[in-house]
Ligand binder design. Sequence first.
Ligand code: ATP
Ligand code: MG
Length: 504
Amino acid sequence: MTHTIVPNWLRKRADLTPERPAVILHDNIVTFAELDKRAQSVARRLIRMGVHKGDHVALLFPNGLEIIELIHGLEYIGAVMVLLNTRLSAHELAWQIEDANVAHVLYDLSFLEKVQEIRQNHRLPHLAWRTVSEMMEHPETATEELQMEFDLDQTHTIIYTSGTTGYPKGVQLCYGNHWWSAIGSALNLGLHLDDRWLACVPMFHVSGLSILMRSVMYGIAMVVLESFDPKQVNDAIIRQHVTIVSVVSAMLKQMVDELEDSHRRYPETFRCMLLGGGPAPLPILEACKAFDIPIYQTYGMTETASQIVTLSPEYMLQKLGSAGKPLFQAQLQIVQDGEVQKPMQAGEILVKGPNVTKGYWNRADATAHVFTQGWLHTGDIGYLDEDGFLYVLDRRSDLIVSGGENIYPAELEAVLLSHPAILEAGVTGMEDPVWGKIPAAFVKIRPGQIIDEKELKTFCFGKLASYKIPKCFYSVVQLPRNASNKLLRRELLGLVDATGTRKI
Ligand code: ATP
Ligand code: MG
């Protein structure tokens, strides 16, 4: 097998455009030359700390300069980074650390309590735990050479899936996956010299990590926010010359509300609101249209190193609700019972391309299960319209078959969410002697609001075919979500008897 070897990305970038801003964090600007210097220094200290090429090194950090330096530093060593979701419980973290065969954990002091809990309750021998200040105590004099070239087949990252449909799986992403992901995105969105990409999504997710990758490959700055706050995000877009931002729909809703409350608009230079991570309810897309927000719906997953299907700007309005077409390097098929489907026929979404993972870490079974001749079975259902645009319906595992009809919970949730008294909604199938399954809705109601079943059903009527209208509604205190804030529909039925749940 011939390997494709490329120069170290950050080194190359620092050589090409050293003075350009790489990271903007509050009022701090770090150039590519400075970032490169810091990353090399980090790499040398890590080597002195005992980190070697190929080691699995877990990172537990919020967004900030440190995680960026560490990621580039670990690239200089050729270590594999395991990016940990900081919102996971100590138990979940311990499981991922063990599963990924991690040798070193680097963590931010703000997670000390969680780290102590893991260390007390889980036997993880041979594991070195270090903070950045402990790393800084090591001298910068490395004995090993830094990695000045990358082999595109080499594993760069292991990121666990969100665990929405089952246990999280460690997705292995190689340098080539990240490379092709960034190239595919640029060939669709274009690249402007003055682009600035706002990272308000976490860098431990592929959505945030891919911004870091694009920044260095494209030579554009990433504007970093430690966490999501709608006002801060809008301020950054308006005042810090942000041109592109990656968001999920829950964030976008808050951002649009904040714009409305503060009577503001985004500047014309802001050119792309990249919306992904989950279904995009039509009301949100329409609200964006009203605010002239250039929204690009996208579909992707950890396994595809972020976007794989994105709607091109010229179809933004014409194909509202579509996730678009596969990126330049990628392909897509809709398959049902082994047959490729015709337009408008729903089936499982299969994707293929050089940005798709080669498989899950330590899970040959799961890998074999999801791949057929290079095609990845995404577990999502969708269809292509007559023009080949993808519409994502829902996850296969959440499909409700009621009296022989298919019902997609996401469609019902979007309708319920458009009700002014409903803050959050989740729909799942409930056993029924007549229909097999019936849709049941679980909603979180806005404080101070009262709604009854009749009103809810009337509201759904006209928006949904009658067989899709939920047969029962429950008012709940909280919907079950995972550390990525995704709804866990498989846990909804458990809420029926929970304290605080009330049948509407
Ligand atoms: P797990 O695989 O462990 O169940 P997960 O699939 O939620 O977790 P991620 O890789 O974070 O983990 O999420 C990818 C999933 O998000 C996709 O498979 C799809 O279900 C959903 N998704 C992403 N983009 C869209 C979109 N535009 N429309 C609908 N769903 C989307
Ligand atoms: Mg998944």
